[in-house]
Design a protein around this ligand. Sequence first.
Ligand SMILES: *[C@@H]1O[C@H](CO)[C@@H](O)[C@H](O)[C@H]1NC(C)=O
Ligand SMILES: [Cu+2]
Length: 130
Amino acid sequence: MASNSKQVLAVLVVIGVVLPSLTLATEFIVGDDSGWNTNFDYKAWAKGKVFTVGDKLVFKYPVGKHNVFKVNGTGFHHCIIPPANEAFTTGNDIITVLTPGKKWYICGVGKHCAKLGMKLAIRVVLPHHH
Ligand SMILES: *[C@@H]1O[C@H](CO)[C@@H](O)[C@H](O)[C@H]1NC(C)=O
Ligand SMILES: [Cu+2]
């Protein structure tokens, strides 16, 4: 009985500690109502938002029209498209940011990155306690 209630307590502690940190994670719809699209200012969209480790980025777009590549800073600035097999292509790509620091995402279709603004740079921070 005693060890049983200890187990119950352990489960409650796990729920109490893990669940709030999960529910506090924010899901960002990239571009909000515009989604992942051409001719949208993703720099302005990202500005002022706080992206925290554990948050999710959701890239929404019609399948085949766009895609998403995670790239480095060089790839971002020069719109260097990585190999096709590295693309996210579901039209509802959910990317959880797992580490702090700068992250870069681009569209690899046509000149969408170079000419039509489909590039997103964010800075991810560690969660902090209030
Ligand atoms: C950035 O990515 C490119 C490939 O797109 C690679 O050639 C280059 O070495 C990378 N740069 C760094 C600093 O990792
Ligand atoms: Cu595109």
